[in-house]
Design a protein around this ligand. Structure first.
Ligand SMILES: CC(C)(COP(=O)(O)OP(=O)(O)OC[C@H]1O[C@@H](n2cnc3c(N)ncnc32)[C@H](O)[C@@H]1OP(=O)(O)O)[C@@H](O)C(=O)NCCC(=O)NCCS
Length: 234
């Protein structure tokens, strides 16, 4: 399992079934009134968040739910969580290396016309169609990854028309590549990344996995780059 395109500075932990672990009180309280399936996905993904933090040398702390539903990472850390049928995943990185990260996974389905229209305008639909019937769900997931990176960094809501799908690139096997998402001109001053963001996408195991990672600005040191070493299961 992988989220292609995540730089090696991002530590990923993932699972294909749910864990039975005790949560810190603040996390337990966040889902105490939720249905069992929600408690299970939440519990597993929080455990993965701690596993990823531990592997990256981070603190063993609770990851509370913020007022805007974003996970609250310990100071000096950024991260992102996703859960869908058959997969839970957590990605974390040191904020001094990665300014923003977002991951998303969705079942590899053919989106209905009304959902597609809510996510992509006619020109974007033409771009997404280059990937065939799974283009729209791939673009949907890429936009959700962008949102998960964008919102904690800016605290600004971004609708699906707040970033436009401008281009799709595909590797030779045709099952992974990148999407270029151009963020609308407004509100860019708080965003640590470029206006045209590259979201990585990959089709694997009946799902689409997408990710967005923005390098922290430093005076020295290499830019984050893709590597295999940090992609490990739980
Ligand atoms: C928040 C949202 C992106 C979550 O995506 P999803 O496919 O529904 O669900 P996933 O399982 O992949 O991700 C859920 C996780 O997202 C994270 N999340 C929720 N709100 C978030 C926010 N404001 N910022 C960052 N991460 C957030 C949480 O960790 C959540 O898991 P948890 O509740 O167990 O902690 C989605 O529900 C949403 O509101 N989308 C509309 C905004 C958007 O995508 N705009 C596109 C801009 S181009």
């Amino acid at each position: 399992m992988s989220f292609a395109g995540l730089p090696h500075q991002v530590q990923l932990a993932w699972a294909t079934c749910d864990a039975h672990v005790e949560l810190p009180l603040v996390e337990h309280q966040a889902v105490a009134g939720a249905v069992a399936s929600r408690r299970r996905e939440f519990t597993t993904t929080r455990a993965l968040a701690r596993a990823a933090l531990a592997r990256a040398g981070g603190p063993a702390v609770a990851v509370p739910v913020g007022a805007d539903r974003a996970p609250v990472w310990p100071p000096g850390w950024v991260g992102s969580l996703t859960h869908c049928e058959g997969l839970r995943a957590a990605a974390v990185a040191r904020a001094r290396e990665v300014a923003a990260v977002g991951i998303d996974a969705e079942p590899l389905t053919v989106l209905g016309a009304s959902v597609t229209a809510a996510v992509l305008d006619p020109e974007e639909r033409r771009v997404a169609a280059r990937l065939g019937p799974h283009g729209p769900v791939t673009a949907f997931s890429a936009k959700e990854s962008l949102f998960k990176a964008w919102h904690p960094a800016t605290r600004i809501w971004l609708d699906f028309d707040g970033a436009r799908l401008a281009d799709v690139r595909t590797d030779r096997a045709g099952r992974s590549g990148t999407m270029v998402l151009e963020i609308g001109a407004a509100n860019l001053e708080r965003w640590p990344g470029p206006r045209a963001v590259e979201a990585a996408w990959e089709w694997e195991g009946g799902r689409v996995h997408t990710s967005v990672a923005v390098a922290a600005r430093t005076d020295s040191g290499p830019e984050p780059r893709p590597a295999e070493s940090s992609r490990r299961g739980a």
